[in-house]
Design a protein around this ligand. Structure first.
Ligand SMILES: [Cu+2]
Length: 145
């Protein structure tokens, strides 16, 4: 009974959700969402990149206050986002422990924020993947102006 009702309402709910998503992604006053993706790399095991830009262990991003950064973990192991300095943030879902896990950080206060990640063990299906050299420690500096 409940299931039938839910299914019947699904198209409406989807439309409402789509409208919400559109509203929340519209930039206001120069704020935006920057996507930073962690990916697997043979040399150094993992790197990250801003908006599909160059793959590096160290990144610098400058954004306006009120902007957000969305992290996507496409590495073959869990990556936990850790803030090491800057105005204190409450990180939600910081442990990105599945393929394509994400966490979004909203930066409302001006300042310089620094982040790193703590890597976990390779996912079982990726255990045979070989890497060259020491594993990178990822560092990100975000300047919010
Ligand atoms: Cu890795």
């Amino acid at each position: 009974m409940t299931l039938k009702r839910t299914l019947h309402l699904a198209p409406l709910a989807l439309a409402a959700l789509a409208a919400l998503l559109l509203a929340s992604t519209a930039p206001a006053h120069g704020t935006s969402t920057t996507t930073i993706t962690i990916s697997h790399h043979t040399k150094g095991c993992h790197v990250w990149s801003v908006a599909s830009g160059p793959l590096r262990p160290n990144l610098l991003v400058v954004v306006n206050a009120g902007s957000a950064i969305k992290f996507v973990n496409n590495d073959v192991m869990p990556q936990k986002l850790i803030q090491t300095s800057g105005p204190k943030l409450r990180l939600i879902h910081a442990a990105m422990n599945k393929m394509a896990s994400t966490t979004t950080v909203k930066l409302t206060r001006k300042g310089v924020y620094r982040f790193t990640t703590k890597s976990g063990e390779d996912y079982r299906w990726a255990a045979s993947m070989k890497t060259i050299g020491e594993d990178n420690v990822l560092h990100l500096t975000v300047r919010v102006k």
